[in-house]
Design a protein around this ligand. Structure first.
Ligand SMILES: [Zn+2]
Length: 1174
């Protein structure tokens, strides 16, 4: 092993670890899709634009033609005729007495996870019993003798230099991933099937030799250890050549403002504007990324955000700003358009607003009563335009707020994109607020985890609990531990510390990370989380340079990067035994509905090809995952697909009360070995059940069967269950139809979200202990109780998909795309996550799809690349501005090849003693993600109205605290919002109006339970677009450019009946066609000659050879790539009945169910704030 003696020479990180290719989402890593625009809409935390999928191999798409087969030879086509199997197999282990070999149903399920144990508590410097002799400097730092548990040479990768530029990175990646990526053509639509990429094996250690493309940090660049003695400046100096972190400056309510110092909402409460001081010219250079100074173009009417109070000349009346963030009170240039607001009105006076219904409901009843439907206004052109409005403002005081003068999500998104989209986000600075999720940016890891992995509600947190309580700003992190990265970014490196495992703090067990402080010449390190001093293991020793930094700092990911992985030792495995590769079990409902709809045949056809695309790791030629098959209705049918068989064999278990697996050998098989038998089985299943009359199904026993099979095989795995109906057949977990919409708005509404039996909770617990993750594909034609059926899926970290009234013609694309992605996507099994924090705060609450058996460990049978866990923090002591606050998220999991690993994400945050610093560093999108999850959990226990009220109250308190403590004194009639939170009201209103919290009459109980479950695992980008959908004017798209048309605000008055629009929210894509759209456009897009001929049952747009059609289809393809689910396309014609559904997503308008319009809600929030302040 080569030992690097020149560690300062910027070592090579470059080669992303070969063995780790799996995480480069197979479904994405391909070539840019020609013709797909990707300049404008970006990363969304997920696939980057241009982050394309590979292409399905020729002939991949399943043909519906079904090969005709003879009657199965060894299969019983009538399940009731198979009792002979039962007798014989009854001798096998039953669920009552699981095979001893499984040994997995640990009550606690975690004995083996020693890394989460507390270990010996050590205070202060431990007495070393080891000889203090310094190891030779040439000591290898990677014990080459450490064997990988799963033979994977590739995991010991060359630790090459990280490319220092995007270009280099791209080249690097290109050179690395080409392995088997021999696909070149883009997929026709949706997710394709690219063979997983692979890389040539690279042996060796983290050799630190090599000319580094990687520019070494300067001393000031490294993430500061919390207790660095040499007096690091409080404010982290920005890196040279790196964008100055955006300061989210406290601006006041855009739009409402009369006098410069404030903005007002009360019609007659404005002080005379004449006294308003002049704005001083902005001293100093403007901060990059600053969005405060409302540019004239920011609003159509040139009414822009008024400056914050601090822009006034004279002493800042508010509390002094902490010096932490450099320039204290932000200053701004005079704002054009501002003068328009000084006449005592709110920006431009406008006529009555559409959907701006009568009196705003009183506070106590806010939002709880469905209001009358708004006047039908299908013709936006008939709305009196503001310019034509003849009413003097005095006569219409309540209607004078100009929607263009209140904070616009579109504007905020555009500003951030233009300010922050061009430079990479470099993570070396503590407490840096990342660009918005809607901005396309690259991330360079320089010591903190990428925002793709962790986003926080605030990057500057109060030092004390009192301050935190005063502000009411929740302190939370939204963590996506296995997030997919765009190809330009480097995957986490895999670090092997040898047989002794990762180096950790003796006391709190935190993992080695960039914030640990080495002392005593490198012989010990002080923990950045708990301050305990720990001996450096001999094999890990390294000298320090004159600044106290280890000389191998840049060679080791765990010392210089925010995110990396450790190879886990056997101590980190259940029962001290390395895991077997996981298994996938496909469990297909073959009851009457499933067969009749063509679903069974579709699934079987699809499985034939999908099995070639199971996740595989690195350069492995085939997936290590074994597969098994079960079909079921009232009974279960297991299949023996052992490779030595000529034909598959069926074994029927009709005693579903005590589920067991009737065969061990031949149930879980290698796909390649059993290919012929599997293909035969998949051909035969649809035939066998073609004439079934069985309408009843079981459900609990299906999961039990999968669980027992995994237990017997002693592995983790995933069940893919395709299910159609409420399980009413006599069996454990049998359900009854208890849907009752009359419970809505009553105290019993919460029961609709609760499972109707505890059976599934108990089952989920057993599944988690085994690492049995359950993915559920539902095809209901009526109520099937998602709230109960989803329990196991939810608690095991699985995914749920729902296709109501499934029809082959319209829904198969969506289902198959979802299924392909779900089967292929990266997933870690048997996962346990713990978040450690520095002394002063701790993780107190968790939201997401998981199970917890104690207060700290989040357990997931499976965790995939799309799932997030939201963690809330509370103070248990004081924090200090000097040391800031640190988070370390450690995820222990089993890879798809059965390798046990730890993924570590570190993040350092600033701490403040001034509230203004908190409010300047918040991220509203993350705040909304947290608030939505908090509220959606709340409905399980509280009346929905109480949940809504509490959300409103909390946000009012947040804004009132800002107003009271951070804004300059101004009239109570003025609404003042922090710049970072100026979208809080509009987004909060969207959450309040969502189907879970305020359902419309067409929303089913299952829909609500489904959405509730989905949102709980969403990342920030997903909640952002889910609650405030993206609305694009397609007719404004430039067919010659790659860019998307500029999005517009979600309000009906923004629609023109001569245009076509697209609205997407991550689950659906609507294409809305105005009644006056030119015939030529209709012809080009739909291939019909008139508006009336457009079919609203289309599930895809016709493929037509003209620029407009191509452009629109490429936009839709691109949107699909950015989302984790394939969105349902719905064509909506103006004035058609479907338009009601579409209008539900125009979230700035008053909703049909009584949800307030944005303008109304803003007024309401203002009222709430005033009440709190008075
Ligand atoms: Zn510690």
């Amino acid at each position: 092993m080569s030992v690097n003696q020149h560690t300062h020479a910027g070592p090579p990180y470059g080669q992303p670890q070969p063995g780790y290719q799996g995480y480069q989402q197979p479904a994405y890593g391909g070539q840019p899709l020609p013709g797909v625009p990707h300049a404008q809409y970006g990363a969304y935390n997920g696939p980057m634009p241009g982050y394309q999928q590979p292409v399905p191999p020729q002939g991949y798409f399943p043909s519906l033609g079904f090969p005709s087969k003879g009657s199965p030879v060894s299969l019983n086509s009538d399940t009731s005729l198979a009792p002979n199997f039962i007798g014989s197999v009854r001798a096998l282990p039953t669920s009552g007495a699981p095979p001893p070999a499984s040994g997995t149903s640990l009550p606690s399920g975690h004995q083996g996870y020693s890394q989460f144990g507390q270990g010996d508590v050590q205070n202060g410097i431990p007495t070393s019993t080891a000889p203090m002799q310094r190891p030779p400097a040439s000591q290898p730092f990677l014990p080459g003798s450490a064997p990988a548990p799963v033979s994977q040479p590739s995991t010991f990768q060359q630790y090459g230099p990280p490319p220092s530029s995007v270009q280099q990175l791209s080249n690097h990646m290109a050179g690395m991933t080409i392995g088997s990526t021999s696909i070149s053509a883009p997929p026709p639509a949706g997710l394709g099937y690219g063979p997983p990429t692979s890389v040539p094996p690279v042996s060796g250690s983290f050799s630190a030799t090599g000319s580094g493309l990687y520019t070494p940090y300067t001393a000031s660049q490294g993430p500061p250890p919390p207790s660095v003695p040499q007096g690091l400046p409080l404010a982290q100096p920005p890196f040279s050549g790196q964008p100055v972190p955006t300061q989210r400056l406290p601006t006041e309510v855009p739009g409402f403002a009369p006098p410069p110092s404030s903005t007002g909402i009360g019609p007659s409460s404005y002080p005379p504007s004449t006294g308003a001081p002049r704005l001083p010219p902005m001293p100093g250079p403007p901060l990059s990324g600053q969005t405060v100074a409302g540019p004239p173009m920011s609003q159509p009417n040139h009414v822009s955000s008024p400056p914050p109070p601090s822009t006034l000349s004279g002493p800042h009346p508010g509390p002094p700003m902490s010096g932490l963030h450099g320039p204290p009170p932000p200053t701004h240039p005079p704002q054009p358009g501002y003068q328009m607001q000084q006449n005592g009105s709110f920006g431009q006076v406008r006529g009555p607003q559409p959907n701006y219904g009568g009196a705003y409901p009183g506070t106590p009843n806010y939002g709880s009563q469905p209001g009358p439907p708004p006047p039908k206004r299908l013709d936006p052109d008939s709305i009196p335009s503001p310019q034509l409005n003849e009413l003097p403002p005095q006569q219409k005081p309540r209607h004078r707020i100009d929607p263009d003068a209140i904070p616009s999500p579109i504007q905020v998104i555009e500003d951030d994109r233009s300010n922050r989209g061009s430079e990479p986000f470099v993570t070396g600075v503590r407490g840096q607020v990342p660009p918005l999720v809607t901005t396309n940016f690259l991330v360079k890891d320089q010591g903190n985890a990428s925002p793709r992995y962790i986003r926080c509600t605030s990057y500057n947190i109060p030092c004390t609990s009192d301050m935190a309580k005063q502000s009411q700003v929740p302190l939370a992190a939204v963590i996506k531990p296995l997030a997919t990265l765009p190809p330009e970014e480097t995957l986490p490196y895999l670090v092997d510390h040898g047989e002794s495992g990762p180096v950790r703090c003796n006391r709190c067990k935190a993992y080695m990370c960039p914030f640990m402080q080495f002392i005593e010449g490198g012989r010990r390190f002080q923990c950045c989380f708990c301050s305990c001093v720990t001996e450096v293991p001999a094999h890990y020793f390294q000298h320090l340079d004159h600044t106290g930094k280890r000389v191998d700092f840049y060679d080791r990911p765990e010392l210089s990067l925010g995110s990396y992985e450790f190879l886990a030792t056997v101590d980190y495995c259940k029962n001290n035994k390395f895991p077997s590769p996981p298994a996938f079990i496909f469990m297909i409902d073959v009851s009457y509905n499933a067969v009749k709809s063509g679903l069974v045949r579709l699934i079987c056809e699809e499985l034939k090809s999908i099995l070639d695309y199971l996740p595989r790791e690195g350069n492995m030629e085939e997936s290590a995952i074994r597969v098994g098959f079960v079909t079921y209705n009232k009974v279960l049918h297991f299949y023996n697909v052992k490779s030595s068989l000529a034909q598959p064999q069926m074994m029927v278990v009709s005693d579903v009360a005590d589920m067991f697996v009737p065969l061990l050998d031949g149930f879980l098989v290698n796909v390649n070995e059993s290919r012929t038998v599997i293909a035969s089985l998949l051909d035969q299943i649809p035939e066998m059940f073609a004439d079934t009359r069985e309408t009843e199904t079981v459900f609990g026993p299906v999961i039990q069967a999968g669980l027992e099979a995994l237990k017997a095989a002693e592995c983790a795995g995933k069940l893919f269950i395709f299910h159609t109906s409420l399980p009413i057949a006599e069996a454990p977990g049998k359900l009854k139809n208890r849907d009752d919409k009359k419970l809505i708005n009553t105290d019993k509404e919460k029961t609709l979200f609760q499972p109707q039996t505890s059976f599934y909770n108990n089952l989920a617990k057993d599944c988690v202990a085994q690492g049995c993750c359950v993915d559920l594909f539902l095809f209901p034609n009526q109520y099937l109780d998602v709230a109960t059926l989803g329990v196991v899926t939810y608690q095991t970290g699985g995914s749920i998909y729902k296709y109501a009234y499934f029809q082959l013609e319209t829904d198969q694309d969506r289902f198959l795309n979802d299924l392909r992605r779900d089967v292929q996507k990266e997933v870690g099994f048997d996962a346990v996550m713990r978040v450690r924090t520095s002394t002063g705060i701790r993780a107190t609450d968790f939201f997401g799809a998981f199970y917890m058996s104690n207060t700290t460990d989040v357990e997931m049978a499976g965790l995939d690349c799309d799932k997030t866990i939201t963690v809330e923090f509370k103070h248990d002591d004081k924090l200090s501005e000097d040391s800031g606050a640190l988070l370390q998220c450690a995820l222990l999991y089993t890879s798809c090849a059965g390798q046990r690993r730890l993924r570590i994400h570190n993040l350092s945050l600033n701490c403040c003693t001034q509230l203004a610093d908190l409010y300047r560093n918040c991220e509203t999108d993350t705040l909304i993600n947290y608030l939505a999850k908090y509220a959606y959990r709340g409905v399980l226990n509280s009346p929905v109205k109480a949940v809504r009220d509490s959300l409103i109250n909390q946000c009012a308190q947040i804004l009132a605290c800002y107003r009271k403590n951070c804004a300059s004194p101004s009239s109570a009639g003025q609404l003042i919002l922090p710049e970072c939170m100026k979208l809080l009201p509009v987004y909060l209103n969207c959450v309040l109006k969502s189907d879970v919290l305020q359902p419309g009459p067409e929303v089913t109980t299952d829909d609500r339970a489904y959405i509730r479950q989905l949102v709980t695992s969403m990342d920030v980008a997903e909640t952002n677009v889910f609650f405030y959908p993206r609305l694009l004017p397609l007719t404004k798209a430039d067919v010659d450019s790659d860019s998307l048309p500029a999005a517009i605000r979600n309000s009906e008055e923004r629609l023109s009946k001569g245009d076509i629009y697209l609205l997407e929210n991550g689950l659906n894509i609507f294409v809305w066609v105005g009644v006056n759209v030119q015939q030529g456009l209709i012809q080009n897009l739909f291939g019909v000659s008139s508006f009336s001929q457009i079919s609203n049952t289309l599930s895809t747009l016709p493929v037509l050879e003209n620029p407009f059609s191509k452009k629109v289809r490429s936009i839709i393809d691109m949107l699909h790539l950015q989302r984790s689910r394939y969105m349902k396309l719905i064509i909506v014609k103006q004035e058609d009945k479907l338009e009601m559904l579409f209008k539900h997503f125009l979230v700035e308008d008053k909703s049909l169910t009584g949800g307030a319009s944005y303008v109304d809600f803003l007024c309401h929030m203002h009222k709430e704030i005033r009440q709190l302040l008075s």
